[in-house]
Design a protein around this ligand. Structure first.
Ligand code: 6R9
Length: 648
């Protein structure tokens, strides 16, 4: 196993530059240590102080009540997240840009805090006029346009519970989510721009509505201008309703534990779960994590490439940023439209200081070549972030060197839809960075690595299950409509402790390395191997663009290794290349990691959020029929092409 460690660890450690450190909000390790200790030993004092930086209509009586698996935070307190995102800034930042918007066709808009406040108040009144009341569910199915943020904030303002469904989801996925939440109103658009084409959101909505009964009204934003049928009495144009709406709408004082939003996420099996977040804890935690992890400064321009349809879009495009009075940039379209330089051109155009994106995007950028970012001025960048999956050291180093120009610290942020906010990361002004390691727990987070019996794994670098010992403010409160599933899924494997579903290990310095979902860990001849470890080795080969490794039942070894790879342009599949890749893995890791089979393919099956669907690959690898839900696949044709790829 020693060689595995060597590939993964990337022994080099990177330090934030002195220039960065000096200006950072937290720049003394001692300060982190002291605050971290306080956050665990005196959570009431710590979180009470942070919460006090926000606006409350009524103060809380008690910070935390914990009856596993049920946590209550800021009991008795009343607040409104839309107030904290908007009204709180009107006096000091009214004319500051809240949202910078760049549409895919090149149109742009700027909304100041004042303007955003006005739009949100008007739309909140529109929702009220459609009969939406506190506690009602509203489904939002929009492109990445300012109206998405306006709709979310308007729901929050009147205490309606939003459920944002990513615009890339199909009609049937939308229908399932509407039905599960029993939403009363649907907010959509005629269409959205994506890679030069138009996503037919209204047509999808109409198709979904044929299978749903709860929706009474549909509000349609005119984005692309294409002809769409409008059903009288049910469908309304956004701009028509807004024209007459009053701009006065006081924010509803919400109980700290009132439901805030539902966000659907796929479980390992079965139908998607509606993760429920509540008002007080989510607000406080996203406010603080945004401030410290992205080291937000007053004049920063912040760009996160995630869609608001994902938790990253909720917490780190909209709520965390606006609560801090920051400027957040929303980009509607694809990163390679009209060409592969789009993200870099946006950074140059708006002088972006902070970029937050995903490893899958970074690997695509690598594939497209460094000549694209080299064409643009990226000097405004100060900090980079990564989220969504483990980042392989190859991609980390490329991001650091080519995009950050060895000047910007990288925060590799581990968290989940269920955690609401970032849980494990380095703090950029304080912690040295180790490529491949997410880093240290954030304030209030007490992770542990345990074996299957729940015993803490104490040896450095020994793998185990990642659990979180105590509740943190933005912990999910339940699975919508299924409290039993909530308990079973997260709190039954290790009673009273939150099970993340991820494997991890911790080094002697207390840095966590996430090994991927536990179901992705292979056991080959009694050796524990992260699929990620083998993938890292494969993508380090000059011919390989992306790799996904899965296990396949093996009568002798328990599990065999099957690697699916895509090639960089200029390389062609051949049996010789497959042999070379196997030898390369052996060379990088060791014979135990030698893939039994390499399948060279032209695309990997990915969810619309960019996660590789390993379940499908496992079925293809095992020669089984494809079973289970494939509704989250970005391109269903990939499955047939995979089956046709010849094994080597
Ligand atoms: C925020 C988000 C959660 C799963 C999580 C883990 C993986 C996310 C990661 C990471 C390694 C990171 N994950 N961030 N793995 N390093 N920095 O992505 O939420 O879509 O719910 O996914 O993503 O496996 O369990 P979500």
């Amino acid at each position: 196993m020693e060689k595995i460690e060597a590939v993964l660890k990337e022994e080099r450690v990177f330090y934030p530059s002195e220039a960065f450190r000096q200006k950072a909000r937290i720049n003394q390790l001692q300060e982190y240590e002291t605050l971290y200790k306080e956050s665990l030993e005196q959570p009431e004092a710590f979180w009470g102080r942070v919460a006090g930086e926000l606006h409350w209509f009524q103060p809380w009586q008690k910070v935390l009540e914990w009856n596993p698996p049920n946590a209550k935070w800021f009991i008795g307190g009343k607040l409104n997240l839309s107030y904290n995102c908007l009204d709180r800034h009107l006096e000091t930042r009214g004319n500051k840009a809240a949202i910078l918007f760049e549409g895919e066709p090149g149109d742009s808009r700027i909304l100041t805090y004042q303007q955003l406040h006005r739009e949100v108040c008007k739309f909140a009144n529109v929702l009220k006029s459609l009969g939406v009341q506190k506690g009602d569910r509203v489904t939002i199915y929009l492109p990445m346009i300012p109206e998405a943020a306006i709709a979310m904030l308007a729901c929050v303002r009147i205490g309606a519970v939003h459920s944002v469904v990513f615009g890339g989801f199909s009609a049937s996925a939308l229908a399932d989510r509407i039905n599960d939440a029993q939403a009363k109103v649907l907010i959509t658009a005629d269409g959205g721009y994506r890679r030069g084409g138009v996503v037919p959101l209204k047509a999808n909505s109409d198709e979904a509505l044929a299978d749903t009964k709860s929706i009474q009204h549909v509000v349609v934003v005119k984005r692309t201008g294409q002809e769409v049928p409008m059903q009288a009495g049910r469908d309304h144009w956004y701009h028509e309703l807004m024209a007459d709406a009053s701009a006065v709408c006081p924010a509803e004082p919400m109980d700290a534990e009132d439901p805030l939003f539902i966000l659907y996420t796929s479980g390992s099996t079965g139908k998607p779960k509606g993760v429920l977040h509540t008002t007080g804890g989510y607000s406080v935690y996203t406010y603080l994590t945004t401030r410290y992890i992205f080291d937000l400064q007053e004049n920063d321009t912040y760009f996160c490439t995630a869609d608001v349809g994902w938790i990253t879009g909720h917490s780190y495009v909209v709520y965390g940023l606006l609560q801090n009075g920051a400027t957040t940039l929303m980009y509607e379209g694809a990163p390679n439209f009209p060409n592969e330089g789009r993200i870099w051109s946006i950074i140059e155009k708006y002088r972006v200081n902070i970029l937050y994106t995903a490893p899958t995007a970074i690997r695509a950028f690598m594939k497209w070549g460094e000549e694209w970012p080299r064409k643009y001025n990226l000097e405004s960048l100060r900090l980079l972030g990564s989220v969504g999956e483990p980042i392989n050291p190859e991609a980390w180093l490329w991001y650091y060197r080519v995009i950050g120009q060895e000047r910007c610290p990288i925060v590799d942020t581990w968290w989940q839809t269920e955690t609401g906010g970032i849980m494990i990361t380095t703090l950029p002004g304080v912690h040295p960075m180790k490529p491949g390691h997410a880093g240290k727990p954030f304030f209030g987070v007490k992770p542990e690595i345990v074996d299957s019996s729940g015993q803490a794994v104490t040896n450095p670098d020994e793998g185990g299950h990642l659990i979180i010992e105590r509740p943190w403010p933005s912990m999910l409160r339940t699975v919508w409509g299924d409290p039993e599933r909530f308990e079973r899924q997260y709190f039954s494997q290790y009673p009273g402790r939150y099970f993340t579903g991820d494997g991890a290990k911790r080094d002697a310095d207390g840095y966590y390395m996430i090994l991927g979902r536990v179901d992705d860990v292979l056991n080959v001849s009694g050796h524990r191997l992260g699929t990620m470890e083998i993938e890292s080795a494969l993508v380090a080969h000059p011919a390989v663009a992306e790799a996904a490794v899965v296990g396949r039942p093996d009568p002798i070894k328990g599990e065999g290794i099957v690697a699916f790879v895509t090639l960089k342009s200029g390389h062609n599949p051949s049996p010789e290349l497959a042999q070379e890749l196997k030898a390369h893995v052996v060379k990088m890791i060791g014979a135990i990691a030698r893939p039994d089979e390499i399948r060279i393919t032209d695309a990997l099956p990915k969810t619309r959020s960019g996660k590789i669907m390993r379940r499908l690959l496992r079925q293809v690898a095992a020669g089984e029929e494809i079973k289970g839900d494939t509704s989250t696949l970005e391109d269903r044709a990939v499955v047939e092409r995979l089956k046709a790829s010849s094994p080597h």
